[in-house]
Write a protein that binds this ligand. Structure first.
Ligand code: ZN
Length: 326
């Protein structure tokens, strides 16, 4: 993958890269953003681009890129918590290594993952090096909790903020990683734009089993057996409420799309969506309300049955689509 292909961040990174090459940049970058937002991937690509000797950086095929990818580039140091934290001794070892000249004549590249896990004394030890770089060193600090870093560290870094991507951009990233477009769209929607979360779901067979259970439960509302029978399979799934509601929300949004003549995110499910008689807007409103009820400690089973009951009550009166009753 190339920096320019990282949808949503390509432009930002190319701009940064130009600044680095023109020598206009501070020597420490902080990549901060939520879990799964792509900050680690982009930081690694950026670091790789800095050692790359190819034309379009990072090329992935030059000797420097190959060494980088194998984790054996002599000028690239990686620090991450092996246990709970990164201690002061590890930082001192790093600083000693930086006192040597870079092997390949360029810069030392230091990547610190989960940088907030550095103990305060480790951060203080690093501070001096951040202030007065011994020779040519470029630091990449990566964190999803920048609040865990000392203000003195933060003030010496240029921060690059990562948020979740739009669902479309997230799906585009997944397709570039080799996922079929339909699956990518479904995963991106389910993960609400977080590439990391989408990849987790992709490997999680239990999630797909849960999704099927949820969809069958919603479809069960069409049948005469009604609310209780539809709700029962989900009622004893305490601990999965969040995932269940996320799956329902995605289904509701796609129902709304199909019911207003638009294409659903989950393109492969168009038929199943059009067979479903639950009104998307009503289901979405129900999901929002259940989330609120759970926050005020309403029992999951009660909240769920209550939502299902309201969804089915408006089914009479000649309407073909189940909808929400206030
Ligand atoms: Zn290269």
């Amino acid at each position: 993958m190339k920096l320019s292909e990282f949808a949503g961040y390509g432009d930002k990174m190319e701009q940064l890269m130009r600044s680095v090459q023109a020598g206009r940049i501070v020597h420490a970058l902080l990549f901060a953003g939520p879990h799964g937002s792509g900050k680690r991937t982009v930081a690694r690509l950026f670091a790789q681009a800095m050692v790359c000797s190819g034309a379009e950086k990072p090329c992935g095929v030059c000797p420097a890129c190959k060494r980088f990818l194998a984790g054996s580039h002599p000028d690239v140091k990686l620090l991450r918590p092996e246990k709970k934290s990164i201690g002061v001794d590890e930082v001192r070892d790093l600083i000693d290594a930086l006192a040597l000249r870079p092997y390949e004549g360029g810069k030392h590249i230091v990547l610190i993952e989960q940088a907030d896990r550095m103990t305060p004394s480790a951060q203080n030890a690093l501070l001096k090096t951040l202030e007065s770089p011994a020779g040519e060193t470029m630091f990449f600090l990566i964190t999803d909790a920048p609040g865990g870093l000392l203000p003195t560290i933060l003030s010496r870094c240029q921060t690059v903020r990562f948020g979740d991507l739009s669902v479309e951009d997230c799906a585009a990233v997944l397709v570039r990683r080799g996922l079929p477009p339909e699956r990518a769209a479904m995963l991106a929607g389910a993960a609400q734009g977080s590439v990391g979360r989408a990849l987790e779901i992709d490997r999680d067979e239990e999630w797909f089993a849960l999704r099927e259970k949820v969809l069958r439960s919603i479809e069960g509302l069409d049948r005469p057996a009604g609310v209780a029978a539809a709700a029962v399979p989900l009622e004893d799934m305490k601990g999965s409420e969040g995932d269940i509601l996320d799956i329902m929300e995605l289904w509701a949004r796609d129902l709304m799309a199909v019911q207003s003549g638009c294409a659903p995110y989950q393109a492969g499910e168009a038929q199943r969506l059009s067979r479903c008689r639950v009104e998307g807007r009503a289901l979405l409103r129900g999901v929002v309300q259940v989330r609120r009820q759970l926050e005020s400690n309403v029992a999951w089973a009660n909240a769920l049955e209550n939502m299902y009951f309201k969804l089915t009550q408006a089914g009479n009166g000649g309407r073909t689509v189940l909808s929400w009753q206030r």
